[in-house]
Design a binder for this molecule. Sequence first.
Ligand SMILES: *Cc1c(COP(=O)(O)O)cnc(C)c1O
Length: 478
Amino acid sequence: MKPFFDLSVEEMKSYGYKIVDLIVSHYEHIESKKPVSTASRKEMDTIFLQEAPEKGMPADKVLDFVMENVMPNSNISSHPKAFSFVPGPSNFISTMADSLATGFNIFSGGWIVSPAAAELEIVTLNWLLKMFNFPVAQGGGIFTSGGSMANLTALVTARRIKCGDDFSDAIIYLSDQAHSSNIKAIRVLGFKKEQIRIIPTDIEFKFSINKLKNEIAKDRLKGKKPFCIIASAGTTNTGTVDPLDVLADICEKENLWFHIDGAYGGAAILSKKGSKILQGIERADSLTVDPHKWFFQPYEIGCLLVKDASWLSNTFSEKPAYLRDIEGNESEINFYDYGIQLTRRFRALKFYMSIKTYGLETFKEAISYNIDLAEKTEDTLRKSKNWEIVSPATLAIINFRYNPLDLNLSEETLDKLNQEISARVVASKEALLVTTILQNQIVIRMCLINPKTTINHIKETLEQCNKFAIEILEEWKK
Ligand SMILES: *Cc1c(COP(=O)(O)O)cnc(C)c1O
């Protein structure tokens, strides 16, 4: 019989080894590549747009085409000069672990289908619960595709446990610095605009507590039902951690669900400085962390932790007849009962293998290195008369702008100038360095969670910025 999809052993080996070689070579030469790639839809269409081919072609030819056209047309988020958004430093062990999980195509939904996959998810979640001082016996969690899905899973759970079926008067509170995925999740859940309170932040970008208390009190007077506060443990803009203990006190007093979005900053718990800043994180009812950010995992792996695992099963378990044979006993967790997905890839494997291989110690050192590097960057910037710090180094994020002492540039000029500096750096493709807006100022933002990034990489990029700034100001004079 003609094989449909099978390759011979020799073909599989030669194809597979070729791909391993390509990945290794990417790791080896990453520094000599450019982190930025830009292409228009038209350019991409010219290369790729075609009907699904009826006849196949040699596997090597397809691979060559992909290597020539796909990989170079993507930003390299693990590049040491990828400073923007939240970089994805990744690591080689997890990269290979993901290949293994995919190669064996392990179904990570139910215990009976793969007891070891469920067990590794339980074990690695226990490691995380312990890291964040959550109760390991009663607590629980689930790996998701990312922070957005973890936040969504958390808010479904919060609503279910706090409001039951009727959430028509329920009110949810978050700050204007909370990540957009929270608003998305709230919308997915079907809350109306009138049920969302976006609370302004103070000059340090933290939840304004007084304003929050005012809103809660007003809502109570109106007969509404406050049910949840979303705090940020490391905002994406500035790395700022909300006053977690104060917010936890409010939640206790007001009987509100306390969700902490630690997708960006949660991992900093592994460093001394981070764990101090994250004081109070252990008081959350639910906590989002995002291993594909600062736990150095390749995409996709996010994670939700909860104080009480039964909250998840009470929210998500359904008992359809076709799954009755795989139910098993309670300690044998079916993760399809803990979240939205039934069929799930085996995300725990990469987390497990990388921590077993490198040891937690390596993660701790890398995260501490990142935090220190951002502080060094701040020192460097403060020593220069050209730069102004807008938000100091916080959990490896720093925001600054070009604002030379002697020039007295207007706010409008500064905005235009900093925007243009960033645009020229990106256009050079040497570094991925984009802007954000803080207190109505356009500022340059660096997120330094890549352990491959050194102070020299940063200095090179700052020199480039200085050079462009002078160029731009010269051009504007003409
Ligand atoms: C990145 C991020 C998210 C979203 O996580 P994804 O993994 O991109 O879905 C949510 N919250 C914060 C604070 C983030 O930084």
